[in-house]
Every structure is written in structure tokens, then in C-alpha cells.
Design a protein around this ligand. Structure first.
Ligand SMILES: [Zn+2]
Length: 184
């Protein structure tokens, strides 16, 4: 595990330790030595405290941001397109008869961050057939990616609804079912 982290850090720093396999083979040792001599450290191929500090000096900046922003289906820091997939399970559509609207996603992101807890999407986009099947209204905003049903575990629907209104979203509370329909 630790070797894998070193290999990742070396790769990010522009060195070639070979595949991230957790094994300190010749390529990994060679990359460590190259890194050490570039940084003015003793090139012994061993990751001691100084080399460790140099490798992981700014790991947050390098390690966390790109992964999320590289996936085009990652709609925002906390929401992935798959969470909004039509619930017909591929029977009537390919899962995305419409794109999720960015204004809805940014509202959801704002709510999610204000509670700092996972916000669970129970229904995102729906195709016509599935919408009829679940008894959705004819011009439901679910059809065009303008609505999502959701809840936050441990947060009441009323509290969630307040936060949604503050985020500028339209709200219908489904008290008995324990979720809110949010829309733009
Ligand atoms: Zn569908």
C-alpha cells in the first residue's frame, strides 16, 4: 500500500516508477533515485523521512482535484451523472433521455454542502414510458432533467425543503414517503 502511494506520488511528480503495483521493483527504485538526486537528497533509492516529506509536500493540491474534474460525467464535486439515471433500468431508454440541467445540479450541490452530508437522489431523469408507469404528471420536470427527488439521511424533509428554497429551487414535500421533489 505504502509503495503504491509512493509510485503514485512519483508519477504525479513526473517520474516513471512503472505501473502502480505496490512492488518496489527496479523501475520504482530508479525513479526514487532520480527524484532524490533532482531534489538534492542522498540518492539511495530508499524512502526515508526527507524523501517522504519531499514526495508528499503538497499532496492535497495534486491528488484530490483532478480525479473529479477529469470525468465528464462528474456533474459537480458531489454528484455523478449515474445518480440521476432513469429508473426504468434500460427497459425503455438508455438511462438519459435528457441531460440534467446545470442549475438544478448547482442547487443540489449547494444544499449538500450546507448540511455537509450525503444527499441521496431517489429519482432523477425519467423517460416518458417510465414516467407514466410511476404515475408522474404528463409535463413532469423529471422528463427534461429539471427535477430530482431526494432526501438526506437524518435530516427532516421540512429542513431539507427550507434549504432547497434558499438555494432557489422549487419544492414539493412528500412527507409520508420521506423525500422532497426539487425542481428549477
Ligand atoms: Zn427510462
Amino acid at each position: 500500500m505504502y509503495i503504491s502511494l509512493i509510485q503514485e506520488a512519483l508519477t504525479l511528480a513526473g517520474y516513471d516508477p512503472g505501473p502502480v503495483d505496490g512492488i518496489a521493483g527496479p523501475r520504482t527504485v530508479f525513479a526514487i533515485k532520480a527524484f532524490q538526486s533532482d531534489r538534492g537528497l542522498n540518492p539511495d533509492g530508499m524512502v526515508g523521512p526527507l524523501t517522504h516529506a519531499a514526495l508528499f509536500s503538497s499532496p492535497q493540491k495534486v491528488l484530490t482535484t483532478p480525479a473529479a474534474s477529469c470525468d465528464p460525467k462528474q456533474l459537480s464535486p458531489h454528484f455523478h451523472q449515474n445518480e440521476f439515471r432513469c429508473c426504468c433500468q434500460g427497459r425503455y431508454c438508455n438511462g438519459f433521455p435528457a441531460e440534467m440541467h446545470t442549475a438544478l445540479i448547482s442547487g443540489l450541490e449547494q444544499i449538500r454542502n450546507s448540511f455537509n452530508r450525503p444527499l441521496i437522489i431517489t429519482s432523477g431523469v425519467r423517460c416518458q414510458t417510465r414516467n407514466r408507469e410511476v404515475g408522474g404528471i404528463v409535463h413532469s420536470k423529471h422528463l427534461i432533467g429539471h427535477a430530482a427527488d431526494c432526501y438526506i439521511p437524518g435530516v427532516s424533509v421540512d429542513t431539507l425543503a427550507d434549504a432547497a428554497r434558499q438555494a432557489g429551487l422549487g419544492v414539493i414535500i412528500y412527507d409520508d414517503e420521506g423525500f422532497c421533489h426539487l425542481e428549477i
